[in-house]
Design a protein around this ligand. Structure first.
Ligand code: KDG
Ligand code: MG
Length: 402
């Protein structure tokens, strides 16, 4: 089944998305998400200038061979730009293979391991009262698991807290905006937030929290310990993770489960974390982790160590990634949870989807392929808009982790 055309579609129906479309000689096509928030154009160039021209004439059925052709063939391996570009191609090819077999993708992967996929969403507010209101709203929408972020007294703009009623979208200006940070104000306040949330909503709700890489290991250890009475589902990205050894100290001190990996792009970024059982959930998802072909290897490796998946699913991961992720979640034996932030109506008019949400759980749908398509005409009406993620400074001006 020869590939006769391959292109990139960039659209901004409220935020930027990059989509790879591959077309075969018999008219079948597949699409894959290749969005890298704030760095979209680098991936577009990588695809258009280096990868896509070399795909023409290749057999679309040979996913494994094409994966290695792109990965090994570049000589320059790994990295977020390359692995996101690779993921776009890989998912488009899985979409084609499943369509050719007339099967939903999860059937090709091995069939479903569960009836429904638990998802968590975000609840946040500028202060405690509005955070509690947001948790109540998410609960009403049916979510059984909720990520709680709250404004910190004395910090002007905190990670994870949306402006007004809008969904949280950090890439909010063409050049990076600035946020500020105080570790001691944060550490003194956040356990109180979780105490209040547990008091208000009881024990049944799963609660999650994202530290967004801001602490040192001993600070993260303290937070994990202080959050233990509130039994979090996980504490996410508690320290920066380029040095995987940092997690040893956190792990020694707390039983709060640890999640990490949304910025990882290969199995090598988390090999030590997994084989030393320093984490409980791996968050690397399909679009940034080299596609289904590579993330499947990662999940299988993680399963040997009882580490479960908890795929990244913020709005900057397009509905195409969400569709593919949900098929994966339906199949993967060591599934943990799926992050979900709802895409806007405008986004969902460009990307039609077969997946469905009901009472806190998703199902991927039975359409052949991953079940997500793109309306190219409509997509063309929303041209690319430069948007950067913010940077973060300590109160003394030091550039910190965002
Ligand atoms: O592009 C970056 C966002 O996706 C990220 O900041 C969101 O941390 C995030 C999360 O857990 O969803
Ligand atoms: Mg995160």
């Amino acid at each position: 089944m020869k590939i006769i055309d391959a292109k990139v579609i960039v659209t901004c129906p409220g935020r930027n998305f990059v989509t790879v479309k591959i077309i075969t000689e018999d008219g079948l096509y597949g699409i894959g998400d290749a969005t890298l928030n704030g760095r979209e154009k680098s991936v577009v160039s990588y695809l258009e200038d280096h990868i896509l021209p070399a795909l023409i004439g290749r057999d679309a059925q040979r996913i494994e061979d094409i994966w290695h052709f792109i990965y090994r063939g570049a000589y320059w391996r790994r990295g977020p730009v390359g692995m996101t570009a690779l993921a776009g191609v890989d998912v488009a090819l899985w979409d084609i293979k499943a369509k050719a077999a007339n099967m939903p993708l999860y059937q090709l992967l091995g069939g479903r391991s569960r009836d429904k996929i638990m998802a968590y969403t975000h609840a946040n507010g500028k202060d405690l009262d509005s955070t509690l209101e947001a948790v109540a709203k998410a609960k009403e929408q049916g979510y059984k698991a909720i990520r709680v972020q709250c404004g910190i007294p004395g910090i002007a703009k905190t990670y994870g807290v949306a402006k007004g009623d809008a969904n949280y979208e950090p890439a909010d200006s063409a050049l990076p905006s600035e946020e500020s940070w105080s570790t001691h104000k944060y550490l003194n306040y956040i356990p109180e937030v979780f105490a209040e949330v547990r008091r208000a909503f009881g024990d049944d709700l799963h609660l999650l929290h994202d530290v967004h890489h801001r602490l040192t290991p001993i600070e993260a250890a303290r937070l994990g310990k202080e959050l233990e009475p509130y039994r979090l589902f996980w504490m996410e990205d508690c320290v920066p993770a380029e040095n995987q050894e940092l997690f040893k100290l956190v792990r020694q001190h707390t039983t709060t489960p640890l999640a990490v990996g949304e910025v990882f792009n290969s199995i090598h970024d988390c090999r030590e974390l997994i084989q030393n059982q320093l984490i409980d959930y791996i968050r690397t998802t399909i679009v940034h982790g080299g596609g289904i072909t590579h993330v499947r290897r990662l999940a299988d490796f993680a399963s040997l160590y009882s580490v479960r998946t908890g795929f990244h699913g913020a709005t900057d991961l397009s509905p195409v990634c969400m569709g593919a992720a949900l098929h994966f979640d339906y199949w993967v034996p060591n599934f943990g949870i799926q992050e979900h932030m709802a895409h806007s109506e405008q986004m969902e008019s460009v990307f039609t989807r077969a997946y469905e949400f009901d009472d806190g759980y998703f199902t991927p749908g039975e359409a052949p392929g991953h079940g997500v398509d793109i309306d190219e005409k409509l997509a063309a009406q929303y041209p690319y808009k430069p948007a950067s993620l913010p940077v973060n400074r300590l109160e003394d001006g030091t550039l910190w982790h965002w």
